[in-house]
Design a protein around this ligand. Structure first.
Ligand SMILES: Cc1cc2nc3c(=O)[nH]c(=O)nc-3n(C[C@H](O)[C@H](O)[C@H](O)COP(=O)(O)OP(=O)(O)OC[C@H]3O[C@@H](n4cnc5c(N)ncnc54)[C@H](O)[C@@H]3O)c2cc1C
Length: 272
């Protein structure tokens, strides 16, 4: 089957074309779209790209960092303002994948992929789409369903910038180092005032169909010092709200057994 490739100069134009052609697919860095083509996926025959340089920009806006959807993991790793996201970007695939994989594409990657989206979720990310509207990433992921018609074209993602380097933590658990696929990944934003955790965000990937916030864990930590007692309380509720999958990487049982242990490791590493 031959594939038509269309290049648009704006996200609005791409959104219009995608909306009018159910057999068209947006092409970000193409690490997953190209794999689908190579595997003979017949569900699309047209790929749509955008060559607007705006999509590859990053800028600081007050206490937020705005990242273009077309920014690749490698580009992000070269950007010093995005240092707090470097561990998450470095966890995505190997160097060749990181060179192509985009921030926008990671929001659509099916579990157990989505390590970078997990980090964004813990930073109260907002997704900005082609018509300029914004949506919290948590809602965007909850509604994400590739089989329910065209998805919006994501142009940017905006995240909180942690006040200090020690406030944001990321941990990817995989069996093969350094390029393994996630057994699970965790991200935690742990701002503290007078030694008490405030506005805690903890997210996990590969423990549900999409990355999700660990709301019970957040509640267990909020307002407490990060110490052995609060970490133990968080670990006790680690599995609440999760539906760990069984896939080629790990069984649901295994994921459930090890998730509290890895969460404790992440939080213990963040103690100071
Ligand atoms: C060998 C290999 C290893 C990998 N390892 C990891 C890993 O460790 N961790 C991980 O998280 N992922 C991993 N991935 C998955 C993938 O590379 C990443 O998730 C990547 O960020 C996807 O981005 P992309 O730009 O390549 O997406 P694409 O392949 O371009 O697109 C993926 C999907 O997202 C849609 N899409 C892309 N951008 C947009 C946009 N701006 N607006 C609307 N829709 C969009 C596309 O239409 C498509 O449905 C791996 C993939 C491979 C092949």
């Amino acid at each position: 089957m031959s594939i038509n490739s269309l290049v648009c100069s704006s996200a609005t134009e791409a959104a219009r074309l995608l909306g009018s052609n159910p057999r068209a697919r947006y092409f970000g860095g193409g690490t997953l779209v190209m794999r689908a083509i190579n595997e003979g996926d017949q569900s699309f025959d047209t790929i749509i790209r955008i060559n607007d340089p705006e999509l590859t920009q990053m800028q600081i806006a007050g206490n937020r960092l705005v990242i273009g959807a077309g920014v690749t993991m490698s580009a992000l790793l070269r950007h010093r303002d995005a240092g707090f996201l470097h561990a998450a970007a470095r966890s995505v695939g190997g160097p060749a994948i990181r060179h192509m994989a985009t921030v926008g594409g990671n929001l659509f990657a099916q579990s157990p992929y989505g390590d970078f989206a997990t980090a964004l979720l813990a930073l109260d990310a907002e997704v900005i789409v082609a018509d300029g509207s914004r949506m919290a990433l948590v809602d965007f992921l909850a509604r994400r369903n590739p089989s329910s018609g065209p998805t919006p074209v994501v142009t940017q993602v905006s995240v909180n910038r942690p006040a200090s380097a020690g406030d944001f933590w990321f941990l990817k658990v995989s069996r093969v180092k350094p390029k393994g696929i996630s057994v699970m990944s965790f991200a935690a934003h742990l701002p503290r005032a007078a030694n008490q955790l405030q506005q805690v965000r903890v997210a996990v990937g590969a423990m549900a169909p999409t990355p999700v916030r660990m709301l019970s864990v957040e509640q267990a930590l909020e307002g407490h010092a990060l110490d052995a007692a609060s970490i133990e309380a968080a670990a006790r509720v680690a599995l609440e709200g999760l539906t760990p999958p069984t896939d080629a990487i790990a069984t649901s049982w295994y994921r459930s057994e090890v998730a509290p242990v890895h969460l404790k490791r992440l939080l213990t590493g963040a103690m100071r």
